[in-house]
Design a protein around this ligand. Sequence first.
Ligand code: HEC
Length: 453
Amino acid sequence: MSICSKDHGIAAGHGNLLVSFRSVIALLFVTAPIALQADSLEVAVSANRIEDIPLLKLDKNSFPVVDNFAWRAFIALNWPSLTDVNNRGAADPTKMLGEPGPRVWETFKTRYELFPVGSDGNPVAPQPWNTYGAVNPCGAGINAGEKTIASFEAFMDFNQTIAPGVPVNPLVAQNHTYTRYETHVNEIGYTTLGRFSLGENMPDQNNPLHMPAGAIAVKAAWRVLTEADTAAIRARYYIVENANIVDTDKTLATRGVVCSKRDIALVGLHMVIRTPHRPQGIWSSFEHIDNVPPAGSGEAREPDARDADAPYSYFDASKPKPTTSIWPKLGSPDALAVNLDNPPNKNPTPMQVTRQYPINSSTMEVNRAYWALPEIKTTVWKNYMLVANQWPTFTRIVDPSNDGIYYPDARGENLVNTTMETYVQASPSSCMSCHRAFNESGRDFVGMLGSFR
Ligand code: HEC
């Protein structure tokens, strides 16, 4: 039995990865059924992700297994989606990864469809899954099938968050634009969380929420493109053209959300996937490789945009590195959350961002293995890297007092995304440094319940 039999092209030229995969296999054979482990290590460019990770050792050798799960999920969720209303969230089996069109996760329900607001400003019930008819924050004329990044409360989608419902700080790119954030949930997630759309009967410690296996939540960060983004730069990104996004000037003029059409580029993607064996979810995060300069060295060195003659999205190489992970630092005026009372600048000063901790070297090894696959290397997806994974090791009983004992926690590694947790990279920082608290309050690690709309 060898994983090579299920191997899709990773063998040639990628001996190192194979060696580490093999050593993982050797360790796992002690306790695990062979078929399950072989599946977990199958490197493939496929619209089908790996369903679960049933068994794992609690040591660094488990990284490649979880990293592989994350890459397979990233590929499956970024597969071109069917676009008719009856197939929301379903991959188009006739298309290849590199073909245009909305991605599977983009046809999941958006946050504004999950927590809709009526014309009187009050919460209303969500619509059935197979619809695109929800009220759009950009206005009644725009249907939910059109790419929209906006919130009903003006400018909330410009902010990063630390605690549920508490927007804390924006992120300005080198091209003087505010980064925009959005969240999507798949059908199981939508049905489960939709029970709370009216803002009533929220789960708490006595009535805790249980997200079922199969639920998926995705949070994405987008950079708005300007004339500074040449054709060569644009070619490096997954881009959505003519997306409806909040127009700062018009929104400030009317004090109501007004949108305009702009091209936007994907710079960060968080994914949380609940599985039967990992009910607290497998937490993974991907970033565009041009966001910031590399932090690692040797085997852990991330790609450097400068090697491709491309600019960093969030770092100016002609200026000094900030002493914290970002300038302006947390708490300074330009780093405060933007809203109608503390409005975004019309021409904001770019921020200077670094990655504080390098990515785990074995994660970089898996990144390189995927980038080398023919079906990845010819697409924009070769410019995205896995930066972090967290997974629960103690998965039962699932309740507010069982945080899953996440691995690998508090190891001083970069377990954050430079586009989404830019300001809070200092160790110990990880998905769980925030989301654990949401479980303690009975919300099964979910952050956006009872939040802004
Ligand atoms: C600094 C605190 C913090 C860290 C670190 C953090 N998150 Fe979150 N996250 C939040 C908050 C707060 C929300 C909800 C924001 C809101 O809408 O009010 C959230 C929302 C999300 C969502 C949307 C679904 C939900 O739970 O609301 C996903 C997906 C997500 N985070 C994934 C991740 C992943 C993956 C990581 C680690 C790589 C991570 N987060 C790290 C604070 C954090």
